[in-house]
Design a protein around this ligand. Structure first.
Ligand code: HGY
Ligand code: MN
Ligand code: MN
Length: 410
């Protein structure tokens, strides 16, 4: 029998999904935008309704604390992120925050008094789309990024994180740092891959997630007239970039079969129909569960850029924007999630994930674990992202039971 108030959870889910909803039922809710501000306001109001002690830190992370019978005990932290990709789905991140909210609500309904405090969190800018890097709020909180540096990061319009936080009124007072030890961190998230659905499993208990490198390559050529300039004397930055993108895509043939490479951003200058491009900048996202493979992949990408630029007579610069090693989550917390899954009478399996999550960074400062629910067709970062309601409710129930167990640990 589920602990979840399924009607309330469904209503809450619809209410949150209205904020930034796209006409194809996805979410357009970029971090620190007006829609992010609106969903943050709703979240804070819901935390106030629960009588939680609310804290907003200088990076805009929002915390709500429910006291335990041992108020000074190290808390259990639960949550995820409310920001989305430009045209993302309604489950990526939002599911984890609303599962944590429902957990605290059902604790209230059922007079569940945990010995440890339980803190809910919405992390700022998990996606890394508007501002880089990803996992920004949890990264500052766990000392991976320096606060001042992050606050000065700007988006494509030159707006800084600091100005965007001030603009929506979430430039909090408290330092974006733990105020105490944290007993454990737990997050539930959609799998964003095809495995659970293929295995017809409700819940994935995540052993670990891929490491990754984010790079930015800029190729410099010579602007020239599209007509009179002879083809073989051109230094066409776009032709070199196109060759590089194809070579980067083929990286997975050279390295371990879990390597994935993506070129998601691409800009051409002067971007005029009858001018040979003289400057092209593009992003590279390289991932693997093996950190050494990521390191060798970065070196190999540099070599590929050298080759294509030699051929085309262009120059290049390659900058690494972000590197995060793979994560292996806490076996003890994974065991507690397994126990909760058994109690909850759902199907479950261990799994490795390919996406980054705030849990990656929390895992460096406390015992962290992550649980997945299936993604239909593995689709995500796409408005068609979907998870069956039955799987969502199974995941939230397991999440709530595991949170309760963690919060009652000595
Ligand atoms: O990039 C990721 O894996 C996550 O969506 N931020
Ligand atoms: Mn996410
Ligand atoms: Mn995402």
């Amino acid at each position: 029998m589920t602990l979840v108030d399924t009607e309330r959870f469904e209503k809450t889910y619809e209410k949150y999904s209205e904020i930034g909803r796209t006409d194809r039922d996805g979410l357009h809710r970029l971090t620190l935008s007006e829609t992010d501000a609106a969903v943050r306001d709703l979240f804070v109001a819901d935390l106030e309704d629960l009588g939680l002690d609310i804290r907003i830190d200088e990076i805009g992370n929002i915390f709500g604390r429910r006291d335990g019978t041992k108020p000074n005990a190290a808390p259990v932290l639960i949550g995820s992120h409310l920001d989305s990709q430009p045209y993302g789905g309604r489950y990526d991140g939002q599911l984890g925050v609303l599962a944590a909210l429902e957990t605290l609500r059902l604790f209230e309904d059922r007079d569940i008094d945990t010995s440890r405090p339980v803190e809910i969190v919405n992390w700022t800018n998990e996606e890394g789309s508007r501002f880089k890097p990803a996992l920004m709020g949890s990264g500052v909180f766990t000392d991976k990024f320096e606060t001042e540096e992050i606050l000065s990061n700007t988006d494509r319009d030159g707006i800084s994180v600091e100005a965007a936080l001030q603009n929506i009124g979430y430039d909090g007072e408290s330092p974006a740092k733990p105020m105490e030890d944290i007993h454990a961190y737990l997050e539930v998230h959609i799998e964003q891959g095809p495995v659970l659905e293929q295995n017809e499993t409700n819940v994935g208990i995540v052993d670990g997630v891929f490491g990754m490198s984010w790079l930015e390559a800029t190729i410099y050529g010579e602007a020239d007239h599209a007509g009179p300039s002879p083809i073989h004397s051109r230094n066409d930055a776009l032709v070199a970039a196109a060759d590089a993108v194809t070579a980067i895509r083929r990286l997975s043939n050279r390295f371990s079969d879990d390597v994935v490479t993506t070129v998601g951003e691409f800009s051409v200058s002067p971007d005029s129909i009858n001018v040979v491009p003289d400057e092209v900048t593009f992003s590279i996202d390289l991932r693997s569960y093996d950190d050494d493979t990521v390191a060798r992949g970065v070196e190999h990408i540099e070599k590929e850029l050298e080759t294509v630029c030699e051929r085309e007579g262009t120059e290049f610069e390659l900058e690494e924007l972000w590197r995060i090693p793979h994560t292996e989550f806490s076996p003890t917390v994974c065991d507690i999630v397994t126990e909760a899954a058994t109690e909850s009478d759902c199907s479950y399996q261990r799994i490795i994930g390919g996406a980054g999550h705030d849990a990656n960074y929390l895992n460096d400062i406390t015992d962290a674990a992550l649980l997945f629910v299936p993604s239909v067709d593995g689709k995500t970062h796409n408005e068609a992202e979907f998870t069956e309601w039955e799987d969502i409710l199974a995941g939230v129930d397991v999440f709530a039971r595991a949170t309760n167990q963690l919060a009652d640990q000595n």
